[in-house]
Design a protein around this ligand. Structure first.
Ligand code: ATP
Length: 222
């Protein structure tokens, strides 16, 4: 493993039966780094996250996680009938951490919602709970799958602000998996573009934002 990295993916190939979903993908996330993985529907982003978290097994290649990885899953995956506090507590189950107090300090908007059933919350509030639940395992790196999906820009901006703070104040590394390249390139310092199971381009966020091909495919005209 490269020293100082929290995620290292080398030549990763993942198949569903005969279909190749990831084809020789390599990427790294350094300790305390914010890295984006962008790409269209079906590019293989969810396959990559699920391989990082051990849900899927690679056909070949290697995934190394240095430290603790927590996932903010696509679609939030709340337990709708449980309260916010109980949903948070479930995030600490594996490390036997039941103390949700620190999460309310980091995400104070959740304080007034703590006794509310998660199924009654807005999408943005649920996403906030999903981030808090992931933090309960005291991770070194967060893999955030489609943070912005279905959320209003102001709500996304608030979530992004929290991720920035966690990164700046606690050195939390983030792998942001996003279809919305603008949000991803704004938040992260480096990015990879995944297309049809392969890394098509990678570089600094500035380089990618300035690249005519990336702009045309992912940033739209403005
Ligand atoms: P999305 O943004 O729609 O979630 P994605 O970039 O996350 O897309 P994946 O869901 O990882 O892409 O899918 C990558 C490829 O693997 C796609 O061609 C998809 O059809 C295929 N695929 C995904 N899951 C399965 C499965 N369980 N069985 C067979 N093929 C699958």
């Amino acid at each position: 493993m490269i020293e100082g990295s929290v995620i290292e993916v080398r030549d990763l190939t993942v198949r569903y039966g005969a279909a190749v979903a990831l084809d020789g993908v390599s990427l790294t996330v350094g300790a305390g780094e914010m890295v984006a993985l962008i790409g269209p529907n079906g590019a293989g982003k969810s396959t990559l996250v699920n391989t990082l978290s051990g849900i899927l097994r690679p056909a070949s290649g290697r995934v190394t996680i240095g430290g603790r990885l927590a996932q903010v899953p696509e679609g939030r995956q709340m337990f709708p009938d449980l309260t916010v506090d109980d949903n948070l507590r479930l995030g600490g189950w594996r490390v036997r951490n039941r103390d949700t107090g620190p999460i309310y300090e980091v995400l104070p908007d959740l304080v007034k919602l703590r006794r509310r059933r998660a199924g009654l919350l807005s999408g943005g509030q649920q996403q906030m709970v999903a981030v808090g639940r992931a933090l309960m395992s005291r991770p070194d790196v967060l893999a955030v799958d489609e943070l912005s999906l279905g959320l209003a820009p102001l709500v996304v901006a608030d979530l992004v602000r929290h991720l920035r703070e966690l990164n700046a104040e606690r050195g939390l590394a983030v792998l942001l998996i996003e279809q919305n390249a603008r949000i991803a390139l704004d938040l992260c310092t480096r990015a990879y573009v995944l297309e049809a199971g392969r890394i098509a381009v990678s570089g600094s966020a500035e380089e990618l934002a300035a690249s005519p091909t990336v702009a045309a495919a992912y940033l739209g005209a403005d």
